[in-house]
Write a protein that binds this ligand. Structure first.
Ligand SMILES: Cc1cc2nc3c(=O)[nH]c(=O)nc-3n(C[C@H](O)[C@H](O)[C@H](O)COP(=O)(O)OP(=O)(O)OC[C@H]3O[C@@H](n4cnc5c(N)ncnc54)[C@H](O)[C@@H]3O)c2cc1C
Length: 397
């Protein structure tokens, strides 16, 4: 086994930072080199689609100053040579490593046409640019994509008094994540908060000369628009790994302990990592949530130090919350794996409820809408792998 004298971390955001802190916390005394495309201290992305759009600049990520003095800021890794254990940067610098942590996250999928007034949202610069546009009083805002970022931006734009149309390919927004019941509720929630929801439609192109003036849909309609936010999901940042010998398939394919397939001494963590989830029978997953990047950065670093033989599988329970028009929607586990969904508390008609999801009778996930206590109770049962019946019985007791 190679002795780890130098560990290189590529990606200086949440997962990368947690990896660095964990390496130091575990007593790693060798050199840590950090390569990060962004120039800022690592920051929290969740506020970018929420409070920051309303004027609050608080995005501090605790521990951000701990990246160390070998932090190469504003530098992109462009190539990985796994045989020579070398990372090449965009200025030609070569960084060698004995162990490598890949934490390059993901980037927004853009719309096909680039016009002024069309935005995506991933970085603090994106958020500031969008905030300025929202404040400029554009009257017709079209949000493309009803996932958590699209939903939050739509909600913020409504709270600023703007007219918002939300276009989503699914019949109900977030149905793949929240299941049928909660996504139907979400559609109604958007509408009752003044969002003009256009479900089941795809965007085929944009109109405008210089600045956007319309969004073309696959039913032939054109929605008038002077501000468009493309929130159609993200793609993992793996372009720099092409030709490296690592297995890439919508992310860096890893084993259960986050070691990348195709090379030795390489782990991946956060939005970029795909791994077989031990809790779900080895289902291959990639999770785009804050808590996942936070935990995986640490877990991947510890496994890198331990070595493949002594590594621990990562099987954290995915969990996520979004805020839409003042209501908190929480998910835990992987509801999309379920073959059965039951309301386990509250009532969707009243806008406060929790849905439990099970596969072959065993809990695999939960969604809570404005029901934090029930959500936490059922989440514990999901984490324990309890039967669906146990949470239904408890809710009646
Ligand atoms: C607007 C927004 C709102 C969100 N809200 C929530 C929420 O409410 N709840 C929740 O759970 N999650 C939320 N998320 C998701 C959460 O922020 C991500 O899961 C988390 O940031 C992932 O961390 P990461 O370190 O894996 O990747 P990232 O945060 O994407 O960081 C990757 C870093 O790597 C850098 N990089 C990329 N390629 C290279 C390269 N080749 N060389 C060097 N550096 C590179 C990038 O510039 C970036 O700094 C939100 C995300 C966004 C964008």
């Amino acid at each position: 086994m190679t002795t780890l004298n130098t560990i290189t971390v590529v990606g200086a955001s949440l997962a990368g930072l947690r990896a660095v802190q964990t390496l130091r916390g575990a007593g790693f005394a060798g050199e840590i080199v950090v390569v990060g495309a962004e120039r800022h201290l690592p920051y929290n992305r969740p506020p970018l689609s929420k409070s920051m759009l309303r004027g609050d600049d608080e995005i501090t990520l605790p521990g951000a100053e701990e990246l160390g003095d070998r932090w190469l800021r504003g530098r992109n890794a462009v190539r990985l040579d796994t045989a020579g254990r070398l990372v090449t940067l965009d200025d030609g610098t070569q960084v060698r490593y004995d162990g490598l942590v890949i934490a390059t996250g993901a980037r927004p999928r853009p719309l096909p046409d680039a016009l002024e007034g069309v935005h995506t949202l991933r970085t603090v610069e994106d958020a500031l640019a969008l905030r300025a546009e929202l404040a400029a009083g554009h009257r017709r805002v079209v949000v493309v994509g009803g996932g958590f970022i699209g939903g939050e931006v739509a909600s913020t734009a409504r709270s600023l008094g703007l007219a918002v149309t939300l276009v989503d390919a699914a019949p109900y927004p977030m149905s793949g994540v929240l299941g049928d019941l909660a996504s139907r509720w979400l559609a109604g929630h958007h509408r009752s908060n003044g969002v003009d929801l256009v479900p089941g439609r795809r965007v085929t192109g944009l109109e405008g000369a210089g600045r956007v003036s319309g969004v073309r849909l696959d039913d032939g309609r054109t929605l008038p628009a002077d501000l468009v936010i493309a929130a159609t999901g993200v793609v993992p940042e793996t372009g720099w790994l092409r030709g490296s010998g690592l297995t890439l398939d919508d992310g860096v394919v890893c084993d259960a302990a986050l070691f990348a397939a195709g090379a030795d001494g390489v782990v991946a963590a956060g939005d970029v990592a795909r791994w077989p989830h031990a809790r779900y029978g080895g289902a291959s997953v990639r999770v785009e949530h804050w808590a996942n990047a936070n935990e995986q950065g640490a877990a991947a670093a510890l496994n890198l130090l331990a070595g493949r033989e002594d590594a621990t599988p990562y099987a954290g329970l995915p969990a996520f919350a979004t805020h839409v028009h003042g209501v908190r929607v929480q998910t835990a586990g992987l509801p999309h794996l379920a073959d059965e969904a039951r309301v386990a508390a509250g009532d969707p008609e009243e806008g406060r409820f929790a849905v439990a999801f099970a596969r072959a009778g065993t809990l695999v996930g939960v969604v809570g809408v404005d029901a934090p206590r029930d959500f936490v109770r059922i989440k514990r049962a999901v984490a324990a792998g309890d039967p669906l019946e146990s949470v239904l019985a408890a809710s009646m007791g």
